[in-house]
Design a binder for this molecule. Structure first.
Ligand SMILES: [Zn+2]
Length: 335
């Protein structure tokens, strides 16, 4: 994108967000993964013009008693080392809180997460055979997925670079340090298995054990859970609540407001390379109820179902939304 297009996108984003903010209560929960220091500052600067940054424990109150100025809760998934070496130090300088969702079995681990290995394969091979493409892998049960990626890594002599802080995982000491400095630490599964691809008991075990392990690492109750890749069922989300989570995160790409349930909170996904205009436009689109891609692959279906529900009942109720969503596990996409 050239400079003029970026400026135009930025202007459209600003205008759309200004309009959206006039009519929306609540705020946004941002879903990030890895950012470098400069990207962290840039995202904070863009979001900070429109939103109050809040701590995790403030979220229920801000949803039920909206302020004039909307809120933004920053969340970072996967527990990469750069969260501790780049993101957190910048956020501290800026006085901005955040939640870090950590894959429990990857703490202190010297094994990269499966999607970083897949990315390394893609980088080395260029075009990947269909069986190794992200979309295909995300349809598989975890054990099959991991076997397939491992086999390919051996076959092609490829490994993800654990010297890269965007690939390496945080140590328990780093995670404890973040907690002690006031950041929130949440659970993101025992492995990064997509829980709707697993047998129900295995999925439940992943939720329960990850919450228990994070509690042990930080020496305090772990009060939040985020579904790997965003895929969830209402039953699993409710189970996370029974295991001690007070708030459960999905990747439904919508604004969070008084109709949002704490056991199924929406999040908007941002990336390091997103321009200011793109970030603003994503938020404005989410506010207006227009379609954004859900990384779990269900965004369009979700909205189509809700639209149908509205048309058939003549109104939108949260109960109707839950009813519509409870029957099917949601499909795949970005981590
Ligand atoms: Zn993740």
């Amino acid at each position: 994108m050239n400079r003029t297009s970026k400026q135009i996108l930025n202007a459209i984003g600003t205008l759309s967000l200004a309009l959206a903010n006039r009519f929306k209560t609540g705020g946004v929960i941002a879903n990030e993964h890895t950012l470098d220091r400069e990207e962290t500052r840039s995202h904070v600067e863009i979001l900070g013009r429109w939103f109050d940054f809040i701590q995790l424990h403030e979220l229920p109150e801000r949803l039920s008693h909206p302020h004039r100025r909307p809120f933004c809760l920053l969340t970072f998934d996967d527990g990469k080392r750069s969260n501790a070496t780049a993101v957190a130090p910048e956020l501290e300088k800026l006085g901005v809180p955040a939640v870090f969702f950590v894959v429990a079995s990857s703490i202190d681990s010297k094994s990269p997460l499966w999607f970083d290995r897949q990315k390394a394969l893609r980088k080395k091979l260029g075009t990947l055979p269909p069986g190794l493409r992200l979309h295909t892998l995300k349809q598989l049960p975890y054990s099959l997925l991991v076997d397939r990626v491992e086999h390919a890594c051996r076959q092609f002599g490829v490994e993800a670079d654990l010297h890269d802080d965007h690939v390496a995982l945080m140590s328990s000491e780093q995670i404890r340090g973040l907690h002690q400095r006031g950041f929130s630490i949440g659970a993101h599964g025992l492995t990064h298995a997509i829980l709707t691809r697993e047998p129900k008991l295995a999925a439940m075990e992943s939720i329960e054990k990850s919450i228990t392990q994070i509690t042990e690492v930080i020496g305090a109750p772990c009060s939040s859970f985020a579904f790997p890749n965003g895929n969830y069922t209402p039953e699993l989300a409710q189970y996370a609540i029974r295991c001690g989570a007070k708030m459960v995160m999905t990747t439904e790409p919508i604004w969070a407001d008084e109709s949002s349930a704490l056991w199924r909170l929406p999040r908007l996904q941002f990336f390091g390379m997103d321009s200011p205009g793109k970030i603003k436009l994503k938020i404005a689109l989410a506010a207006s109820g227009l379609i954004l891609d859900n990384p779990d692959g269900s965004g369009k279906a979700y909205r189509a179902i809700n639209r149908l529900a509205r048309q058939s009942s003549g109104h939108t109720s949260t109960a109707a939304k839950i009813e519509c969503l409870s029957s099917k596990p949601r499909p795949h996409a970005e981590i």
